[in-house]
Design a protein around this ligand. Sequence first.
Ligand SMILES: O=C(CO)COP(=O)(O)O
Length: 137
Amino acid sequence: MKIALIAHDQKKKDLIHFVTAYRPIFAEHELYATGTTGKNIQESTGLDIHCFQSGPLGGDQQIGALIAVDQLDVVIFFRDPLTAQPHEPDVNALLRLCDVYQIPLATNIAAAEIMIHGIKRGDFHWRDIVHQTKEQG
Ligand SMILES: O=C(CO)COP(=O)(O)O
């Protein structure tokens, strides 16, 4: 599965700890991230991650663009609800696209815990069916 990893600055440590804790599961999937988040996780875990632009420079929009063409299956986005972001419209647009395309989205560590166990168990295999249906037109 294609998993997007994103964290605002105050939440980056949490996401690094989370990915480190579940590294064996993440290692089995294709990972994408906004620039700084991806670089930090790569440095800490050694995982291979496709890094886009930093969030404020368009990274959220690049991830949204993948969602719009069904190229992402899961989004883990640790948002900071207590700090204003200069690119708030981009953040909202990404969250909106997750809802438009029924992409599973975890915006905090409690939800991400449930999600990662679901990924391991195969709860998201229905995403493969979505891909196959699209391919068949
Ligand atoms: O701002 C972000 C998400 O909205 C994250 O961007 P960075 O990973 O580049 O810090």
